[in-house]
Design a protein around this ligand. Structure first.
Ligand code: IMP
Ligand code: MG
Length: 174
């Protein structure tokens, strides 16, 4: 079975508006305090690139790799760190930047990961969230869109590493 990108679900202008709205919220929250944005690879890289250029608070960035292996039940499976964050975390405000929160397993693991490393604060920013898919409750401090249980591609999000280059987000069709 081959999959193709179907209808545009969120267009370029809607994404731009959401990025601007999130940036205003982040600027208001941190003001003159420095924040370390940690993008979760690979899906967040396009969102991250657009977002940081709208920020006026002092910003540093890093990227981290993490993969969750859900076990199909209520509980979360294992989360593997595939690339560590290289920047110092202790006493740093950390803002995790995700493309999409699905089960919530990856981001709830990462929040604890940064708390354990002594971050001054740990917050979560996500462009998309699928609340109906949640296995673990995770608070999203800065959110673009709540979406239904559909598989999304484009604007950094992939299906089997394809379609990350699209300017807008599409629902994947079988
Ligand atoms: P979870 O919240 O731990 O289940 O994992 C979230 C991760 O799953 C995201 O960072 C994406 O890499 C991936 N993911 C979940 N839903 C989608 C989707 O609709 N399109 C593309 N990737 C997705
Ligand atoms: Mg991801």
């Amino acid at each position: 079975m081959s999959y193709t990108p179907g209808e545009v679900f969120i267009n370029e202008e809607q994404i731009k508006d959401a990025v601007n709205k999130i940036a205003v919220e982040i600027n208001n929250k941190y003001k003159n305090e420095e924040v370390l944005l940690v993008g979760i690879l690979k899906g967040s890289f396009v969102f991250m690139a657009d977002l940081i250029r709208k920020l006026t608070c002092p910003v540093k960035i890093d990227f981290m790799g993490a993969k969750s292996y859900g076990d199909g039940t209520i509980s979360c499976g294992r989360v593997n760190v595939t690339k560590e964050c290289d920047m110092p975390i202790r006493n740093q405000h950390v803002l995790i930047v995700e493309d999409i929160v699905d089960s919530g397993c990856t981001t709830s693991f990462l929040k604890k990961y940064f708390e354990d490393k002594g971050a001054k604060s740990v917050r979560l920013c996500a462009l998309l969230s699928k609340p109906s898919r949640r296995k673990v409750d995770v608070n999203i401090d800065f959110l673009g869109f709540n979406i239904p249980d559909e598989f999304m591609v484009g604007y950094g999000l992939d299906y089997a590493e394809n379609f990350r280059n699209f300017n807008q987000m599409h629902i994947l069709n079988p």
